[in-house]
Design a protein around this ligand. Structure first.
Ligand code: NAD
Length: 295
């Protein structure tokens, strides 16, 4: 870290950060957090209004780009622009996403499968592919601050958290993260993933295509459900994930690569009865069953 940067006290002063899916939810919160700590942020999304709202919420430097992560030329143009305007890229957060095809594995059609993989997995591969040439040789590659962070999910832990195609794609993101970390270590670029739990964003109403008055009601219900879904007794917020991403991207995480940070308020600790005293466990349920009168 140069003395100028150290003097500024901001962890990302002088750094160029690219964030995809920055018009809403986790991406917006992370773009705001990086900009708030001094980075020049390239905020990319397909939602122009949402990007404008992200910029309006920031006191820092956020430059927007309409970019569809399912289009590799859009990804390339995004990375090339960030590098051309600032001299290179220090951090990339491959985060854009949506619920994907909701069909179970025995009903899904090829087009829905491909669309989901393109959006959630291929996008991350090419976010890495087109950023890396602009990340080599930066000061951050020597100080530990060159990093690529990918958004996976608790859906990668096992079944039950999401539709099938989404879960497989997010599992792929974890494996891609490890492979890329090994390939890119020689350049001083670290690669890590974040696995959000139940985070209160627009992703659920969008996935279920709930709009109008129903959307307001659904969002209130989701906010309430999110408070009770996990051991930590409050709803997960986009800022919870943003703080994890900033840590992984920072020089403090200089010895962290190829790994993933679960940020889920304990959602994946185990079956509900392992942490909820009001939830009957398997043993208790069996005892109740055994105590029932026969017949
Ligand atoms: N919210 C959760 O509970 C949760 C849990 C685990 C993982 N995630 C993941 O977090 C990431 C962010 O989701 P979120 O919860 O903030 O949802 P969100 O809907 O609030 O934000 C997602 C953003 O991605 C953008 N996007 C969608 N398709 C795009 C495309 N083709 N190109 C560019 N941008 C596109 C959307 O316009 C939106 O701004 C996603 O990868 C999601 O799978 C979310």
């Amino acid at each position: 870290m140069s003395s100028d940067r150290a003097a500024s006290g901001a962890r990302f002063a002088g750094k160029t950060v690219v964030v995809t899916g920055a018009a809403s939810g986790i991406g917006r919160a992370t773009a705001l957090a990086f900009a708030g700590e001094g980075a020049v942020v390239y905020a990319a999304d397909i939602d122009a209004d949402g990007l404008a709202a992200t910029v309006a919420a920031s006191n820092g430097e956020i430059r927007t780009q309409i970019s569809d992560v399912t289009n590799t030329e859009d990804i390339r143009a995004l990375m090339d622009r960030a590098a051309a305007e600032t001299g290179g890229i220090d951090v990339v957060f491959n985060n854009a996403g949506a619920g994907g095809d909701r069909a179970p594995i025995d009903e899904i059609e090829p087009a829905g499968w491909d669309r989901t993989m393109d959006l959630l997995l291929r996008s991350v591969a090419f976010g890495i592919r087109y950023a890396v040439p602009h990340m080599k040789g930066r000061e951050s590659t020597r100080t530990g601050g060159a990093a690529i962070i990918n958004t996976s999910s608790v859906a990668a832990v096992g079944p039950g958290y999401s539709p099938s195609a989404y879960a497989v794609a997010k599992g792929g993101v974890l494996h891609l993260t490890k492979i890329a970390a090994a390939d890119l270590a020689r350049y001083g670029i670290r690669v890590a993933a974040v696995q959000p739990g139940f985070i209160n964003t627009n992703i659920f109403t969008r996935a279920l295509e709930i709009t109008g008055d129903a959307e307001t009601m659904a969002k209130a219900a989701i906010a309430q459900m999110s408070q009770m879904a996990q051991p930590v007794a409050r709803g997960g917020q986009p800022e919870d994930i943003a703080q994890a991403v900033l840590y992984l991207a920072s020089e403090a995480a200089g010895f962290v690569t190829g790994t993933s940070l679960i940020v889920d308020g304990g959602l994946t600790i185990g079956p509900r009865d392992s942490w909820d005293p009001n939830s009957p466990g398997l043993l208790e349920s069996l005892e109740q069953f055994a105590a029932q009168p026969a017949g």
